[in-house]
Design a protein around this ligand. Structure first.
Ligand code: ZN
Length: 869
């Protein structure tokens, strides 16, 4: 990383040298107004960034009947869509999103996927490559008008066009029906923003279902139909509407969904309804379904089906979750006058983390986000634990983190869970309500949301370990190779998380703390959120609103942070000191004498000192100049000075004699990003002063400027960006005089033994060993391997113990392998497969539990599990 960075700096330096020699003025104007890049304001979108007086958007209302087939893991649905054309245009056809088709074997997402880097293949990716038989293609079985007449349509991969029988005029309504079905993806293998998880221990499924019905594509004033293919990254651009959804599931399932349950008496047990009532006014989350009840439910067999009816109004999408494994807790909460039921659904595998944190995190998110934007408008807010790592839908979101099988958890898992819940619940604001075009601009929802997430995390606990938001956390990315500007289409982003989440969130934090100040930023940001609540903003609407409301020209900021890959690296090249010549010979000659005395004696002078001198041999050679003191003030000089003084006013005299120090600080913009210059000046007398200079200091010359610091006191040192607020990527050149920046490095006896400090894990209440001493380790052990991205994979050991020697087999999703060598010593179990397969499991046995590390060809993963009875 070090070499490319040096190279990049060198290239930048070379390019300015070139620029200077080629042009009379700077070729770069980083303060040039954005107007020529941004779309021309119009009656839909004004120059102030607000929706115009002719702003319009389409509307789509849905009535959907869906059946979740728990035997075959299938969705079978039919819907009636009422589409209102509120645009000024007549439409001859309409487009729908069939996003689940991304799982069709011939989808663009599958066929355009590039080869993995075989150095780091996560286990689930390996399974994806091996188990390619799954086809998630959506079968559209019927597209009809209200009378049941078929409508001509064409499926174009993840989009479907319906050719309208008659043109749909402005203000017209078109009602149509679609029926469809598809096989749900195993999320643990195929990934995705929805899917199912299978729990082998109790043989149950947990479903998180989204992008599951044909949804109206957006038609808008900027892009017409937004029907860019879904390739997996650019999420969903949708219209608002009201949803009535009837979900039929096995009658022992618990269903959670966008909206409010309409038929609780038909689907909930009386005690659940009673507990829900209690939860409305509770101070802490109340269990609607306890862990004991949920565990009992796991062994159920359904005796039929039940239909859950949900109504979600003024939403742009609808998602649901279903399982017989769900524990359910809830707490009513008043968000700025709106009564909201905050609810969490999770399997027992999520505890103890989920019951402790999930619903609290939901309520915390609603409180903080509402304060920075607008009051949460919906009646429920739900967090569900399942296979999906983190994904948002209106009123409901899916969050992945779980503790280890024994209930222990690392700090990373704990804060990962709280952060992901804040993030996904926070998405209700951006983009579920501030309805940006996700397929085009990932940053407009992810960046803004990650920024407010950072604000919410800072109110969770002191020094919350936020991953994104602090400027210093983005510096490695900012200088990395292989990056594109934030203003890049979602499907073409490189370094997705840093580009669309980390960088914009950090930029907004810097805008708030350093450029605008909290009060002004918060006012403008809130104004943007309110202007575009339930509407569809574009980047220009955000940029313009932030300037319009704050009264600050931020074009340089948007240009640098959003349209380029420049980074902050400002260097103090030099500090030069100037002082006034008082022309007073008594002062100046004295000073000259001190300087002469202080001047170094050269090497030759020193060596020549002892040489015998001729004028000492012949003193007659001496004259006036041999004894002349050039620093002695003459009468003539005194007179001249008096004459000079007599021509000055009193003010002029005191200005000249003020004794001021003029420090010229020469600054270089190495990284290219123009940013405010923040100095901490340390004086010789021990005092300090903070000087904050807006970025406009760079407006005449984007690369080199000199700043004057006038002081009565002598400066000892100057530090640039002392509070680490500008994401300056190289701190070494921030000090005048330069300081050694300490770095500690570790040294190892041999190249391989680079030890990693174990992450702390909270201690568990110790459980006495319960391994049957006679049975030893013999028998079956079910374990889960945690691979990257919070995924888990089920494995099992079948062990035979003879003394310290272990034999047997290892069951994996790919097949069963025999153990080539196995040992059990001092509580440590080591199992190796043949080198062709290349697995080594090293596990600590504690009672009937095991936890440890598996070293696989794909990398190192942790695992945990227990002995089955
Ligand atoms: Zn997100």
């Amino acid at each position: 990383m070090f070499v490319p960075r040096l190279l990049a700096v060198l290239i930048i330096l070379l390019s300015f040298t070139f620029a200077f020699s080629q042009s009379k003025s700077q070729p770069s104007d980083k303060f040039r107004q954005l107007e020529e890049i941004l779309p021309t304001p119009n009656e839909q979108r004004t120059a102030s960034g607000a929706p115009g007086n002719k702003y319009w958007q389409q509307r789509a209302d849905y009535v959907i009947d869906v059946e979740l087939d728990d035997v075959n893991q299938r969705i079978v649905g039919k819907e009636t869509v009422t589409y209102k054309n509120l645009s000024p245009d007549t439409l001859n056809y309409i487009w729908l999103q069939i996003d689940q088709n991304i799982f069709a074997r011939d989808s663009d997402a599958q066929t355009t996927g590039t080869a993995p880097d075989f150095k780091h293949v996560p286990l689930n990716r390996l399974e994806q490559l091996v188990a390619r038989t799954y086809d998630g293609k959506v079968n559209i079985t019927n597209v009809t008008d209200t009378k049941g007449n078929p409508l001509k349509n064409l499926l174009v991969k993840t989009m479907m066009r319906i050719n309208l029988p008659a043109p749909l005029a402005p203000n017209g309504t078109f009602v149509f029906n679609v029926a469809w079905n598809y096989n749900i993806n195993n999320q643990r293998i195929f990934g995705g923003r929805a899917g199912y998880e299978y729990f082998p221990a109790d043989r149950n499924y947990l479903y998180e279902i989204a992008q599951w019905f044909p949804r109206m594509a957006a038609y808008n004033d900027v892009s017409g139909w937004q029907h860019k293919q879904f390739l997996g990254s650019g999420e969903f651009t949708l219209e608002f509407g009201d949803y009535l959804v009837r979900i039929t599931a096995p009658n022992d399932h618990v269903v959670s969904a966008t909206g409010v349950l309409q038929n609780p008496k038909q689907v909930l047990k009386p005690q659940w309804i009673q507990r829900l009532k209690q939860a409305e006014t509770a101070r802490e989350p109340i269990k609607i379904i306890t862990q004991a009840e949920a565990t009992l439910n796991e062994t159920n067999q359904p005796t039929g089906k039940k239909t859950w009816i949900f109504k979600g109004d003024n939403v742009r999408d609808f998602a649901f979750a279903s399982s017989r494994k769900f524990i359910w807790d809830a707490q009513g909460h008043n968000v700025e006058g709106n009564r909201v039921m905050a609810m969490s659904y999770y399997p027992k595998e999520g505890n103890p983390l989920w019951e402790k944190y999930s619903t609290h995190a939901i309520i915390h998110t609603l409180n903080v986000y509402s304060r920075y934007s607008f009051t949460y408008p919906y009646p429920v807010a739900i967090s569900v634990n399942g296979p999906v790592g983190g994904m948002e839908y209106p009123m409901i979101c899916f969050n992945g983190p779980r503790p280890n099988a024994d209930g222990s958890y690392s700090a990373q898992t704990k804060y990962g869970l709280i952060s992901v819940i804040i993030h996904e619940v926070g998405h209700n604001y951006y983009p579920m309500i501030v309805n940006s075009d996700e397929r085009q601009w990932t940053w407009m929802d992810e960046g803004l949301n990650t920024f407010v997430q950072f604000l919410a995390e800072s109110e969770w606990e002191k020094n919350y370990p936020s991953r994104r938001g602090e400027p210093q956390k983005i510096t490695d990315y900012m200088i990395s190779e292989n990056q594109v500007p934030i203003m890049t289409n979602s499907e073409s982003l490189l370094q997705f998380g840093n580009n669309a989440y980390g960088k914009p969130a950090t930029a907004l934090n810097i805008l708030r703390e350093t450029v605008l100040g909290r009060e002004n930023f918060d006012f403008a940001f809130k104004e943007y959120s309110r202007r575009w609540k339930f509407k569809r903003p574009m980047p220009a609407d955000f940029f313009r609103t932030m300037e319009d409301a704050s009264g600050v020209d931020l074009d340089w900021f948007w240009r640098g942070w959003f349209y380029t890959t420049d980074h902050t690296d400002i260097s103090i090249e030099n500090v030069r000191l100037f002082q006034v010549d008082t022309q007073n010979p008594e002062v100046e000659k004295n000073l000259q004498r001190r300087q002469a005395d202080a001047a170094p004696v050269t090497l030759s002078q020193r060596r020549n000192e002892s040489l015998p001198k001729r004028i000492d041999q012949y003193p007659s050679l001496r004259d006036y100049y041999n004894d002349f003191d050039k620093f002695k003030v003459t009468d003539q000089e005194r007179e001249e000075y008096q004459t000079f003084l007599s021509g000055l006013s009193e003010t002029e005299k005191s200005t000249i004699n003020s004794g001021s120090y003029f420090y010229v600080v020469d600054l270089k913009n190495v990284g290219g990003l123009v940013m405010p210059v923040i100095f901490k000046v340390e004086y010789v007398d021990g005092t300090t002063e903070d000087i904050r200079i807006p970025a406009e200091i760079w407006r005449y010359n984007n690369f080199e400027v000199s700043k004057l610091i006038v002081s009565k006191k002598e400066v000892k040192a100057i530090v640039l960006d002392p509070n680490l607020e500008t994401a300056d990527t190289d701190l070494i050149n921030n000090f005048f005089p330069r300081r050694a920046v300490p770095t500690r490095f570790q040294t190892f006896k041999s190249a391989q033994s680079g030890s990693v400090q174990p992450a702390p894990t909270q201690p568990l209440t110790p459980t006495p060993p319960t391994v049957n001493q006679n049975a030893g380790l013999n028998g079956r052990w079910d374990i889960l391997i945690a691979s990257s991205g919070g995924q888990t994979l089920p494995f099992a050991f079948d062990l035979n113990q003879t003394g310290n020697v272990i034999t047997g087999t290892i069951e994996s999703p790919q097949g069963t392998f025999s153990i080539r060598s196995g040992t059990f010593q001092n509580g440590l179990l080591t199992l190796k497969t043949s080198s062709a397969i290349g697995f080594t499991f090293i596990g600590q046995i504690s009672g009937n539990n095991i936890s440890g590390t598996v070293i696989a060809p794909q990398g190192e993963f942790t695992f945990s599990g227990s002995k089955s009875n």
